[in-house]
Design a protein around this ligand. Structure first.
Ligand code: APR
Length: 327
């Protein structure tokens, strides 16, 4: 049985994610934290008759109580992208929220596994790493940027044009977690896909910019929450399973390549050389990242080009995150 804390649990992602985690019978303690609105959300969810005991904590003064004794921390706290908001605006607000929350994690549950949802993930994960390093408690095997939604969207969008394909279709996605840093490796799909060049180009674009479809459809009310919560719950479920049984489960995540320098070699030769963080499939275990899962085959030329483009943009995002902390 594990204890899970959700920081930012009263938000759009946070509420749906907390509900999905309440349904997970392997969780014994569900600690819900936010700066507003959390008593109502937590009391509501607490009436569901599953194993976990739900507790809530509100405001920074209660952050220590929210985190003490926690095994897995998941962070959807922040502001979503709204029309008119620049990426810099979003960065500055969410960077400061992540810094504050990770400092508390370092102080109160330094050995917890950490899953970060708050965008821009390409920068917030490096921020978290720097904060943990500064406090002397950093283990790259325990830090994850949640990129599961990219893999979920890839499978779903392929099935939108090939309805006969099973839900279990798997398309590896590497790189980062926004726009052209997202690189779907359609040529390595399992089972193999038979796609025309034009279909490939359309699919790659849709997977890279799938988030924009939601922002547009919500018309000013925010970004993806329900699908993001689903994807994060799936990731946390895998973390829990591997934490409890040390069974071998592979999930994608944006990780510090130092978590497995040997496994990172293949990724680096594909064009990610010089990058500290990259989204890759990882094998999960009790320690967090057991190893980086090797790609099963060579990406196509177009995909290699995509990795190069992604790497250049991702490097800027990573540097921005690191500079934010060590400036
Ligand atoms: N500590 C804890 N929670 C905070 C803090 C903080 N310092 N600042 C804000 N929050 C909470 C808000 O009170 C709110 O409940 O984070 C929650 C965010 O919820 P929403 O505004 O509904 O945003 P959401 O759509 O859930 O997106 C959250 O995830 O995908 C990313 O880009 C998205 O970064 C954004 C984050």
């Amino acid at each position: 049985m594990v204890s899970v804390a959700v920081l930012g649990a009263a938000g759009g992602i946070g509420q749906s994610l907390s509900l999905l985690l309440k349904l997970n019978q392997a969780i014994s303690r569900l600690s819900l934290y936010d700066i507003v609105g959390i008593p109502g959300v937590a009391t509501d969810i607490s009436h569901i008759n599953t194993n976990s005991a739900v507790e809530y904590h509100i405001g920074q003064a209660q952050l220590d109580a929210a985190l003490r004794g926690i095994d897995i921390v998941v962070i959807p706290a922040g502001v979503p992208r709204k029309p008119g908001m620049t990426r810099d605006d979003l960065f500055n607000i969410n960077a400061s929220i992540i810094r504050e929350l990770i400092e508390a994690v370092a102080d109160h549950c330094p050995s917890a596994l950490l899953a970060i949802i708050s965008n821009p993930v390409n920068s917030t994960v490096p921020i978290a790493a720097e904060v943990l390093k500064a406090r002397g408690v950093y283990d790259p095997r325990r830090l994850f940027g949640v990129t599961t939604l990219d893999v979920v969207r890839a499978a779903r969008f392929v099935r939108d044009i090939r309805p006969n394909i099973d839900t279990s279709v798997y398309i590896p996605v590497v790189g980062g977690h926004s726009g052209n840093t997202i690189v779907p490796l359609l040529s390595l799909a399992e089972p193999q896909l038979d796609l025309a060049q034009e279909e490939i180009e359309d699919l790659v674009h849709r997977i890279q910019y799938g988030g924009d479809e939601v922002v547009k459809a919500k018309n000013g009310a925010g970004s993806a929450t329900l699908s993001m919560a689903y994807a994060a719950a799936r990731f946390i479920e895998s973390l829990i399973q591997s934490f409890e049984s040390d069974s071998i489960i592979v999930e994608p995540a944006l990780v510090d390549l130092a978590a497995d320098t040997q496994g990172a070699k293949q990724i680096k030769t594909l064009g990610a050389d010089g990058l500290a963080f990259f989204a890759v499939p990882v094998v999960l275990g009790k320690v967090g990242i057991k190893r980086i899962a090797p790609l099963r085959g060579e990406p196509s030329l177009l995909e290699r080009k995509g990795i190069e483009i992604a790497a250049a943009a991702l490097k800027v995002n990573i540097d921005k995150g690191i500079t934010y902390v060590i400036k």
